[in-house]
Write a protein that binds this ligand. Structure first.
Ligand SMILES: C[S@@+](CC[C@H](N)C(=O)[O-])C[C@H]1O[C@@H](n2cnc3c(N)ncnc32)[C@H](O)[C@@H]1O
Length: 246
């Protein structure tokens, strides 16, 4: 569905049908998806400039242009990236597309099983938790009913100077209010990413417990260290931010 919003070709009829249902309730979602990718790019470039060379990208999605490993390795050659997704189709595509890319591994796992992710041989082989690492949750934590234990499990492995970055759905950002949010949730309820919860700004800020949020804080994605103009629609649905572990 996300690939379809982004104008990609890696989607099936069932994805397109569900995505069209979402777009009929919330046409701005397409622009939000594009803005989310742009935010991802700016965040990964920022993290590389901060000296981060290891990334764990949770809910990585189909590797389309500007995915985390592409941005990270362009900014810092030799950057190591773990791509995690629970969707077997995403993982199969990702493995095929990334097989010739060094220092990148794909792990099929649900984020609700952080211990399984952390124990995965690919993670243990590529990531050294004695060094700073960035754990990324772009547009995925709102699919988790309880996000705190997920973030905490990773935070507990991270050394000071590591980073948490996320974008997340927030009810107050939905232009059509709770009615539109309900319609969209209904479509996702029948997908393989059901359940989950949009969280308030305060609840998302709590996920950064132990982290110092870097400027400009938790903001609409288009406002995060962005010099490009953005349409009002691109400021809806999601907020994003980056925190540095104290
Ligand atoms: C909206 S896409 C975001 C893709 C990418 N992170 C980005 O921001 O461009 C959400 C991705 O998260 C994955 N996902 C959803 N629930 C998940 C879960 N419980 N564990 C792991 N991945 C999940 C989906 O399969 C999908 O690929």
């Amino acid at each position: 569905m996300y690939d379809y919003y982004l104008g990609g070709k890696d989607n099936f009829a069932v994805d397109r049908e569900a995505a069209e249902k979402v777009l009929s309730s919330a046409p701005e979602i397409r622009q939000v998806a594009v803005e989310n990718r742009a935010f991802l790019g700016r965040v990964v470039e920022f993290l590389a400039a901060e000296g981060i060379r290891q990334f764990i990208d949770i809910g990585t999605g189909l590797p389309t242009r500007g995915n985390v490993n592409e941005v990270a390795q362009a900014a810092a050659s030799g950057a190591r990236v773990i791509c995690v997704d629970h969707d077997p189709v995403v993982c199969t595509h990702a493995r095929a597309l990334l097989e010739d890319t060094g220092n990148v591994a794909v792990v099929q796992a649900a984020m609700e099983q952080p211990a399984q992710i952390l124990a995965d041989p690919a993670v243990r082989g590529l990531i050294d938790f004695a060094e700073p690492v960035a754990v990324l949750f772009f547009s995925v934590l709102h699919f988790a009913t309880d996000a705190t234990p997920i973030v905490t499990a990773f935070r507990d492995m991270m050394t000071p100077g590591s980073y948490l970055a996320l974008s997340h759905g927030v009810p107050s950002q939905v232009p059509g209010g709770s009615e539109t949010a309900g319609e969209v949730r209904q479509v996702y309820g029948r997908s393989n990413s059901p359940g989950g919860a949009f969280r308030t700004e305060a609840e998302i800020l709590e996920l950064f417990s132990g982290f110092e949020i870097v400027e400009p804080g938790l903001v609409p994605l288009a406002d995060w260290r962005n010099s490009e103009p953005a349409a009002a629609a691109a400021r809806t649905w999601l907020l994003g931010g980056v925190g540095r572990l104290r």
